[in-house]
Design a protein. Structure first.
Length: 255
């Protein structure tokens, strides 16, 4: 176990301002004094986060042997290609394989596809291509259609939880033109068996700086391939079906 005391001259960790927000859950009032820290567009919040980062860096750097250990971990991490999140689509004994791949020296995972176990791999989506200048974009989820013709990729900027879905043509890798924002639960995507539609959970729009929990009041939607986003069908949410009573903290999921 490594133990480090506060290094001499290190700045003290900043203390977050309390701005209480009260919400009721099942009749019980719950106070969140730090909800405002979720708004990274607030200059005061960014100053607090940067101060915490500087303090943490000073403490971590003072741990004896830490730099040597970090270099060894980095060396071991760069020994080979990492494959993760393998999904199979199509029919027959030679399915279409979708997976995330990260080679040594690469900052982000990329989405690849193989049209069969013995086929050559093909890059389908690189999150760093066309990313906004100065911002890092990463893949946090993806879901391939059962027929392998389309794949829905969820990406987020700067490590945020503000995921945006992009629908790709799996043959060309080109976007179909469909993008869906306000996604918080990228794993709640389910395709119809024929691959012609999918179900997803989307959060309501929210005003900048609003003091409400943005994860509340989600709605389960159905999208049909080839149709515009504005024609998606809301299937489940508060007040949509008297037979399915929901509260604001429920997360509707249709599959």
């Amino acid at each position: 176990m490594l133990v480090a005391s506060m290094p001499a001259g290190a700045a003290l960790a900043p203390i977050a301002e309390e701005r209480p927000v009260i919400e009721n859950f099942f009749g019980q009032p719950v106070t969140d004094a730090y909800r405002h820290l979720e708004d990274v567009r607030d200059p005061q919040v960014m100053a607090y986060l940067k101060g915490q980062g500087l303090h943490a860096r000073a403490v971590l750097d003072a741990i004896p042997g830490r730099q040597r250990m970090a270099e060894r971990i980095a060396q071991l991490s760069e020994l080979g290609v990492q494959i993760s999140a393998v999904q199979m689509a199509g029919k027959g004994r030679d399915p279409i394989l979708f997976y995330l791949r990260q080679a040594p020296g690469e900052r982000s995972r990329k989405l690849f596809v193989r049209n069969g176990f013995g086929a050559a791999e093909r890059l389908l989506f690189d999150p760093e291509v066309d990313a906004p200048p100065g911002q890092r974009r990463s893949i946090d989820s993806f879901s391939a259609a059962p027929d392998g013709l389309h794949v829905l990729v969820g990406t987020a900027l700067g490590g945020s939880e503000a995921t945006v879905f992009t629908l790709l043509n799996a043959s060309s890798g080109k976007p179909t033109g469909l993008q869906i924002d306000r996604i918080a639960f990228g794993n709640l995507v389910h395709w119809s068996p024929d691959g012609k539609s999918f179900f997803y959970n989307r959060l309501p729009s929210q005003e900048t700086g609003a003091k409400t929990n943005r994860y509340l009041n989600g709605v389960a939607w159905r999208h049909v391939i080839g149709m515009p986003l504005g024609q998606d069908e809301p299937l489940m949410g508060i007040g949509r079906d008297s037979k399915v009573p929901l509260t604001d903290i429920d997360i509707p999921d249709v599959r």
